[in-house]
Design a protein around this ligand. Structure first.
Ligand SMILES: [Zn+2]
Length: 329
């Protein structure tokens, strides 16, 4: 089964937030913890992808990744891995945590305890899985599609557990092929080829409405407290101007061109869904209106508003894929 997954936009945005937060900002701890949680998820997904890829199911199968299911009222549920067949849909919620894990009730969560006794809490993956299954069932039902939805939590790490319920739907990632093949075998066909293809198309289109919430808004960070200007790609220090086009780092000695794309991307990821001329000048610490205009027109941003009220925008979920793969790898 073929699996395609992109580097998560949210994780990348958190990394950019860490680069732009000043060293003494109290939000740093919060952002670092969230990076840790998201990395645990992403690294678990990559590990489980390998086993999903090895699974052999006969007939039509599609693996959808990072699916966003709208629940209405601006609420949505993210499904990392959905295996879609004419017999059923299976959700895999994968995790990779280091070390000792403690399963806690009220509220349901998992705590990982460090060697130095510090605990970091993760949302309960079983609860996450149940929420996803219910969201998927509701989504199918509202479209009159009859297809059973099941799933499992898959762990990519070996952990010592404390307090884990016996019947917990948790398997090691290496058991994913057995899990899927067994589940598939005992189920009858529910959809014909045409219905199946239609469902795949509907779900693929679902992701296009995803709306991005900038990191500052999610974490209640005041954007004015972020570093402005171009940042050193090596040490995240604010770069000093060397010439009209180049910059240099007084911290580590890095020299390079001004990276306007990274700066504008940081704005959208961290601060606001739109940018105008004045905002770019403030954020990039530029003075010329004309050059700010030229820069904003250089990139393939969506343009709205007339003349002096022109704003540019970009949806990181939708518009980033191609450009952003290039910048990351
Ligand atoms: Zn540097």
């Amino acid at each position: 089964m073929e699996v395609r997954r992109q580097y998560p936009v949210y994780l990348y945005a958190l990394e950019r937030a860490l680069a732009r937060l000043k060293p003494d900002d109290p939000a740093i701890r919060q952002v670092k913890d969230e990076i840790y949680r998201q990395e645990a998820g992403y690294s678990g997904e990559l590990a489980s992808d390998q086993y999903v890829q090895r699974t052999r199911l006969p007939g039509s199968v599609r693996v959808l990744t990072d699916l966003q299911i709208e629940l209405g009222e601006g609420e949505s549920v993210q499904i990392d891995t959905l295996i879609l067949t004419p017999r059923g849909a299976w959700i895999i919620e994968s995790k990779r945590y280091r070390g000792m894990l403690r399963y806690c009730h009220s509220p349901k969560r998992i705590e990982r305890v460090d060697d130095d006794g510090l605990a970091i809490a993760f949302p309960c993956p079983i609860l996450q899985l149940e929420t996803q299954i219910r969201a998927m069932e509701g989504w199918l039902e509202s479209r009159g599609i009859e297809l059973p939805v099941n799933g499992t939590v898959a762990f990519a790490s070996h952990n010592v557990w404390e307090g884990l319920p016996d019947a917990a739907p948790i398997i090691p990632v290496r058991e994913i092929p057995f899990y899927l093949e067994n589940e598939f075998r005992i189920k009858p066909d529910c959809l014909d080829a045409q219905q199946f293809n239609q469902l795949v198309r509907l779900l693929e289109r679902e992701g296009l409405h995803k709306e991005w919430t900038p990191i500052c808004k999610r974490f209640g960070i005041n954007p004015n407290h972020l570093k402005r200007g171009f940042l050193c790609p090596d040490c995240d220090a604010v770069l000093a101007r060397a010439t009209e086009r180049t910059v240099h780092c007084t911290g580590c000695g890095h020299e390079g061109l001004r990276d306007y794309w990274q700066l504008i991307l940081d704005w959208f990821l961290l601060i606001h869904p739109t940018i105008n001329n004045a905002q770019l000048r403030t954020f990039a610490r530029l003075t010329g209106k004309q050059s700010a205009n030229r820069i904003l027109r250089m990139y393939e941003l969506d343009k709205g508003g007339a003349s002096t009220r022109t704003v540019y925008s970009l949806n990181p979920y939708r518009d980033l894929d191609a450009m952003y793969e290039v910048s990351l790898y």
